[in-house]
Design a protein. Sequence first.
Length: 108
Amino acid sequence: MSDADYVTNQDIMLLLAKRIKEYRLAARMSQKEMAEKSGVSLATISHFEQGVNQNMTLNNFISLLRIIGMEKRVCDLLPKLPMPPLALKQLNKLIPKRVRRNENDTKS
């Protein structure tokens, strides 16, 4: 299954669990060490990585991200909008919805 195939919430949670495990192993860290450093219980980490518990709290997930040094990547999930929503709304008001032409515009 490629990353593009992760479309359901369950698929995404399984992908995240897989990635957390990969990063933990790359850091040469046991689940017990991760639990001690993150404050997330060993059972929670174990169940998450096994796909048993897919209801990990966001707080616990962020704690795990911190331990593997990836907490700053959360901003990549929801990048800052290029323009504040209110400014975009004001800009959209200035864009005409249709163009009206008079007779002089159509003659060449």
